[in-house]
Design a protein around this ligand. Structure first.
Ligand code: UD1
Length: 387
């Protein structure tokens, strides 16, 4: 029997994450799962969205809700309204959400209120910092879900702390099931690693083949929107660029803000700095190729911290905390916040470091298969025992 699931995507990392499960559904479960992709339109620039569909062979979304940018409340409420319409029309058996963005939150609220089971992929992550919009989104998505797919053991521990119980019985929104699936991003890193080497020409375009460099990304709102933090980060990057080139594919929100938020002197220095190469946002093949070939990463992204580890590169995290705390124990990921002294000392400490002892925190590259199996099991064998 065919079961219909709606997959909600909206922001760049969700499009990438969804590729792993869509691939498995198309290859092994096309007779059991009918996946309908709904794009909220949270990310809408060509190089933040469309490019990934083409590159990662994801089926095109059946619906694009075109919500675009707005304040968090307006953006989220518009999504809830439009997702609700799609659910009412399509009558799915379940709805899948990924990660922690406003699109995740909207999908989880719209579906759970219509009593449609929510499956949350990347469940259980916590930064324990509720001033991050993502933390609120995670908590709500987890607490409205029926299947919670956890990428790590730590994610399961976090859910247990919030009262979730591990069980293997009948599950519904009141008795959610927690599953250790591994991380779909690790599946993707393994799957696309070779392809990226063949397809990406980005290093050649930058004339950086065989050159040492640091890969940097910055997009979190508490870095881009807080002048002091943004200036501190760029002061540290400018110091580091005296030693090594920095490649910085820039997120649209960071690009918009640089000229206005940086001190005029810092901005001028940045414009004249030939060792900091600021580029447009890059495709997934290009970012993988950059990650594989760089010496180190400096980032405030969650996904890129892990990709650094997947490709055995040290990483400086421009945040006060991380959801991926297992990385900190390795000593090759360092939290430096937006503190120039900490960023510079982390750079000095990590610049000659390599990761020799790779531990399988994120599974074995088969997370999406495990998720698809559990979804089919939910549809075929989730019987309530009469009480
Ligand atoms: C969102 C997620 C964040 C995720 C990130 C990945 C939330 C709360 N945040 O942050 O968790 O790590 O995506 O990129 O959902 N913009 C464009 N073009 C686009 C998209 C955005 O110009 O295609 C600009 C707009 O000015 C917009 C701003 O970037 O206001 C921020 O976009 P938004 O979707 O609100 O959040 P992100 O910062 O991308």
């Amino acid at each position: 029997m065919m079961h219909k699931v709606i997959t909600i995507i909206g922001a760049r990392p969700q499009i990438i994450k969804a590729a792993a499960l869509s691939r498995v559904i198309q290859s092994y479960y096309s007779k059991k799962i009918n996946e309908i992709i709904v794009h909220t339109g949270q990310h809408y620039d060509e190089n933040m969205s469309q490019i990934f569909f083409e590159e990662l062979s994801i089926p095109p979304p059946l619906y694009n809700l075109n919500v675009g940018s707005n304040t968090h409340g307006k953006q989220t409420s518009l999504m809830i309204e439009k997702i609700e319409d799609v659910i009412i029309k399509e009558k799915p058996d379940a709805l899948i959400v990924y990660g922690d963005t406003n699109s995740t939150l909207a999908g989880a609220i719209a579906a759970s209120k219509l009593l449609i089971p929510v499956f949350h992929i990347e469940a259980g992550l916590r930064s324990y910092n509720k001033t991050m919009p993502e933390e609120i989104n995670r908590i709500v998505a987890d607490h409205t879900s029926t299947l919670l797919f956890c990428p790590t053991h730590q994610a399961i521990k976090n859910l247990e702390k919030e009262g979730f119980k591990l069980h293997n019985r009948f599950c519904d929104i009141n008795h959610p099931k927690i599953i250790l699936s591994g991380d779909v991003m690790y599946d993707n890193a393994l799957y696309f690693s070779k392809k990226a080497a063949q397809k990406s020409k980005f290093l050649q375009q930058l004339q950086m083949t065989n050159h040492p460099f640091v890969l940097c990304t910055i997009h979190r709102n508490n870095n881009t929107d807080v002048t002091e933090r943004l200036n501190n980060i760029f002061t540290a990057l400018s110091e580091i660029s005296n030693e090594i080139k920095i490649v910085l594919p820039i997120h649209p929100r960071t690009k918009k803000i640089l000229a206005t938020q940086l001190l005029p002197s810092t901005y001028k220095k940045l414009q004249n700095n030939k060792n900091i190469l600021i580029t447009e946002p890059v495709s997934f093949m290009d970012i993988i190729q950059l990650e594989k070939n760089c010496n180190m990463l400096i980032t405030d992204s969650g996904g890129i911290q892990k990709e650094a580890y997947f490709f055995k590169k040290p990483c400086i995290v421009l945040r006060p905390e991380t959801e991926w705390i297992e990385l900190l124990d390795t000593g090759t990921t360092i939290l430096a916040d937006a503190n120039p002294k900490k960023i510079l000392s982390a750079y000095q400490k990590l610049k000659n470091t390599s990761i020799d002892n790779f531990l399988p925190f994120y599974g074995d590259g088969n997370a999406a298969k495990k998720i698809a199996e559990e979804i089919v099991l939910f549809f075929t064998d989730n019987k309530k025992i009469p009480s």
